[in-house]
Unconditional design. Structure first.
Length: 480
């Protein structure tokens, strides 16, 4: 699902022209003023390279223009974070420090790119010292007596992010709450607090935080959308759909709400309704891999593997470095019996994500289906040689596909940590047992196992969908 959390640009009060006390007061050069205003506009629009280039023009002629340094520093930090470029983040931090030095007095807004940059350097480089330094600076700023409420809110928010990086969730929560106390319309703090509570608090407490955010930002589709995502995640799909409907009422071009409503319909077994939403999302913005992928999954639920494959192919074209999309394409090709193409997609996914071990049973099955059993035995020699005590669940599935263990041995290996995991393992076990019988030419025996897989509640699994294709029974409903 799509949660919008681009809150730094939207919400951190980087009101650059206003924060700079009116650009014309800083510089009598009208050309410089125009460039700085344009740099600010470019930053707000997300065109960070343009913002940097415009600030560079000013600094080439006046290297002491602290407003231009602040503008460039903010854009460099943001762009560096987007690109994972630590050198660029450091350049942004340096710009912010220089702006602070030149202005020769406390300008709280100038500290924001510094704090944000230092915190992200700590995250990317796994160096908590950077975060600790930033936390100390933020604490000293908050101790100053002449800060406005808005300034206190922004620094408290930054310190909260730093405390999250330092794994101090309690202090982060306290800082987010303080920021909201200082400025009840501090959107970033509301959203980040809700996100934090969704990981650390009980659902009802988290919902209270979302309800508070929606009460403050009742006309903001992003906030309503995010509450809907939370409601869907805790098993309240009808309320979630109400929120997605409301977000669309507020902005009928708001793509995430269509995509998330579609996902909710899909999860509830309403693929036709889901496809309508994914179609609308793609109509508004055709450059969205998730919408194409989810539309493909809805089409698989309805048994249309050809249309699903086309959607997965489009998703991969738009985002070729996404291992999940490559895997989805591989599954669709596997269901269609295109095992060689499935192998290629699985290989691409595994190369992008070497930890995607869940693909191994599918790779082994594709090789067996292609009558390349010797290659399968060679590719999975290490798995076959493992002592029984060292085998994990995916090893056991591979061994069943290769015929090294029997049905009962695989079923006895089910050991989920909870009911949901046990259910998922049963689904996969029954599917791959059925598939093994199919590949061995025992179709009558296979069907009973496929049907047992379909008794599972884990209908999100590739194995569940594989069982649907194996027995030719799919979901088709217009229920809303």
């Amino acid at each position: 699902m799509i949660r919008l959390r681009n809150v730094v640009m939207l919400c951190c009060a980087l009101l650059l022209v206003a924060a700079a006390e009116n650009v014309s007061a800083q510089s009598r050069n009208s050309q410089h003023e125009e460039w700085k205003n344009q740099a600010d506009d470019a930053y707000r629009e997300g065109d960070l390279p343009k913002s940097i280039e415009l600030a560079d023009r000013v600094l080439a002629e006046n290297e002491s223009d602290h407003v231009a340094l602040y503008l460039r520093g903010s854009a460099r930090v943001e762009l560096g974070i987007q690109q994972g470029d630590t050198d660029l983040i450091r350049e942004g931090v340096t710009d912010a420090r220089e702006a602070i030095r030149i202005v020769n007095r406390v300008k709280i807004d100038y500290y924001l790119p510094y704090l944000y940059g230092m915190n992200n350097l700590a995250a990317i480089e796994q160096k908590p010292d950077n975060a600790e330094v930033a936390a100390d600076v933020a604490t000293k700023l908050l101790a100053m007596s002449k800060l406005t409420q808005a300034e206190r809110a922004n620094i408290s928010y930054q310190r909260a992010l730093i405390n999250l990086q330092l794994a101090d969730a309690d202090q982060a929560r306290a800082d987010f709450e303080k920021a909201i106390e200082y400025d009840r319309e501090h959107l970033a703090s509301h959203l980040e607090l809700c996100e934090l509570l969704s990981r650390t608090a009980q659902p009802e407490e988290t919902k209270e935080a979302y309800d508070r955010a929606v009460s403050v930002f009742r006309d903001n589709p992003m906030v309503v959308n995010n509450r809907g995502m939370f409601l869907q995640a805790i098993g309240r799909p009808d309320e979630a759909i109400d929120d997605f409907n409301r977000a669309i009422e507020l902005n009928d071009q708001f793509v995430p709400a269509y995509t998330n409503r579609g996902f909710t319909h899909l999860s509830a077994g309403r693929p036709e309704a889901a496809i309508e939403d994914f179609n609308r999302a793609i109509e508004i913005d055709p450059n969205q891999p998730p919408a194409f992928s989810l539309r493909g999954t809805a089409q698989l639920q309805m048994g249309d593997v050809e249309a699903a494959t086309q959607n997965y192919e489009t998703a991969v074209e738009l985002d070729p470095q996404n291992p999940g999309l490559q895997a989805d394409l591989g599954f669709a090709r596997f269901y269609a019996g295109e095992y060689a193409d499935a192998l290629n997609a699985f290989a691409a996914a595994a190369e992008l994500d070497p930890n995607a071990k869940f693909l191994e049973p599918w790779q082994a099955a594709a090789l067996v289906a292609l009558d390349r059993t010797e290659q399968a035995a060679e590719d999975f020699a290490e798995t076959r040689e493992k002592p029984p005590a060292e085998r994990d669940w995916y090893d056991m599935l591979v061994l069943r596909v290769l015929g090294d263990v029997d049905d009962n041995t695989l079923l006895s290996a089910i050991s989920g940590a909870n009911a949901a995991q046990e259910d998922a393992q049963k689904c996969e076990a029954y599917y791959f047992i059925g598939l093994s019988h199919t590949l061995a030419g025992n179709a009558p025996d296979a069907e009973a196992f496929y049907r047992q897989a379909l008794q599972s509640k884990s209908n999100y699994l590739a194995a569940y969908r594989g069982a649907q294709f194996a027995v030719g029974e799919f979901t088709s409903t217009t229920e809303r």
